[in-house]
Ligand binder design. Structure first.
Ligand SMILES: [Zn+2]
Length: 203
């Protein structure tokens, strides 16, 4: 397999500017508003830790999405199952976490399987909703790889749902984005869904 890659690069144009000092002050204000004594020893460092945590959770790591020519003409589904991910719900600033199943039907190029996890992680580091994360991953693969089809399924537990509100611990939200042959060709869609839904029952 030739290593003469197109090197589609995920760059930092989504990079947000995080004002670390302002986040610390806001975290201290939030704690005070919640009735906590921020100047007490135990909470002294909390605003800084909160700012560090949000900065990390919201800063996507650029990576090089190396693709390779599909020299052998592989024309079956390539599926990576149960890729763990976590993200931050934009409605409550609470995490949601779960697993991603990603498959594609290759065209002229293929991508390293480990990169599929990096794509999910890249778009996860944002204030997100699960539906948008799902379509962003599918859209990125469609653009960068130009495959014959793409399928993305995310299964996630949202802490804003399981720790409060309806409080269904362990309840999973499932979202999917199917493109090209994975959406339009019945046999390919069946195969993709069979390969990806099996894991949910295994767990
Ligand atoms: Zn939420």
């Amino acid at each position: 397999m030739t290593l003469n890659a197109t090197n589609g690069r995920v760059n930092g144009n989504r990079q947000r500017r995080i004002d670390h000092g302002a986040v610390e002050r806001a975290a201290a204000d939030l704690l005070r508003a919640l009735g906590a004594d921020v100047d007490a020893g135990a909470l002294e460092e909390t605003p800084r830790r909160v700012a560090d945590a949000y900065a990390e959770l919201l800063t996507p790591q650029p990576f090089r999405a190396t693709t390779f020519p599909n020299d052998d003409g592989y024309d079956e589904l390539i599926v990576a199952r149960s890729i763990p991910f976590h993200s931050l719900c934009m409605h409550h600033l609470l995490p949601f976490h779960g697993i991603a199943h990603i498959g594609y039907l290759p065209g002229d190029r293929i991508i390293g399987l480990s990169k599929l996890g990096r794509v999910v992680e890249y778009f996860s580091r944002d204030l997100q909703i699960q539906e948008r994360l799902t379509t962003q991953v599918a859209g990125w693969l469609q653009r960068e790889l130009e495959p014959k089809g793409v399928g993305v399924v995310l299964e996630a537990e949202h802490l804003c749902m399981s720790l409060r509100g309806v409080q269904k611990l362990g309840a999973k939200t499932v979202t999917s984005a199917l493109r090209g042959a994975v959406r339009d060709d019945g046999r390919t869609r069946q195969e993709f869904l069979a390969l990806t839904t099996r894991t949910s029952h295994d767990q």
